[in-house]
Design a protein. Structure first.
Length: 262
């Protein structure tokens, strides 16, 4: 599992008194002071008691990195369904404090990947074949009509631009990298659906797609051959979309939902 290299709590790039005083901050005699001077805070300027916010940006970056790493661990099966993991233990694994891990886990709890276990940590959600089948059905209800509509209206040259995204899934599958395949698979589907111009649809479909990639309870790891077969469906789908072959588009999308997200 890829280890996070960023560390929370790194000393910020600023410190009290690090910034020199501006010429306008010099003392002005009372009898020469301008009247009705607008306070610096009201003008949107920073004072020495109001430091900038690189620390907050840094922390958000750490949490994002940890969230990406945890999602990859879920897809790879490194985080085992049914097992409970504590934020301090995972923080030690990534070389950060428990805080960004806990924040990332809370996000995964909202997504349904884990559940909170009071005073213990987070349990990876146990999923069965029925849930996976239900997710595939919902995805098909959303994406199949959209792709059929796009196949009728989008010109061939716009589909051709997506070819590198399809090839990225093949490259990830060729080396058996499940986490990279999962990310490239979602990237391809997002790009296809984005051609509809409906941002809400893309967001909803991507969330369903992500949930469908979590491992089953005690499920077998997806073999490289299965990943390659699923990846090949992306290039075949592009060919069908370019040819406006609606029958093949519908068949490929449904097959992909039922096969790729094991």
């Amino acid at each position: 599992m890829e280890q996070g290299s960023a560390r929370e709590g790194a000393r910020p790039a600023y410190a009290p008194g690090a910034f020199p005083s501006a010429p306008g901050d010099a003392h002005v005699p009372q009898d020469r002071a301008p009247r009705n001077r607008v306070p610096e805070q009201a003008r949107g300027e920073h004072t020495h008691s109001e430091p900038p916010a690189p620390r907050a940006v840094r922390r958000h970056s750490v949490r994002g990195q940890i969230l990406d790493a945890l999602r990859a661990a879920l897809v790879d099966g490194e985080l085992v369904p049914g097992q409970v993991y504590s934020a301090p233990a995972l923080g030690a694994r990534f070389g950060v404090s428990a805080t960004p891990v806990r924040e990332a886990m809370q996000r995964l709890a909202v997504e349904g990947a884990v559940e909170v276990v009071p005073n213990r940590g987070f349990r990876v959600t146990e999923r069965g074949p029925r849930e996976l089948a239900e997710l595939a059905e919902v995805r098909a209800l959303i994406e199949v009509p959209v792709m059929l509509s796009l196949a009728r209206t989008v010109p061939a040259h716009r589909w051709s631009v997506l070819r590198p995204l399809a090839e990225a899934t093949v490259a990830a599958a060729a080396v058996g990298d499940r986490a990279a395949y999962a990310e490239s698979d979602r990237a391809f589907h997002r790009a296809v659906l984005a051609l509809s111009g409906n941002e809400q649809l893309v967001t909803v479909a991507d969330e369903l797609h992500r949930r469908s990639q979590w491992p089953l309870v005690a499920g077998p790891a997806t073999r490289r051959g299965e990943l390659l077969a699923d990846a090949a469906e992306h290039t075949a789908l592009l060919d069908a979309l370019i040819a406006q072959d609606l029958t093949v588009v519908q068949a490929l999308v449904r097959e992909h939902f039922n096969g790729a997200d094991r």
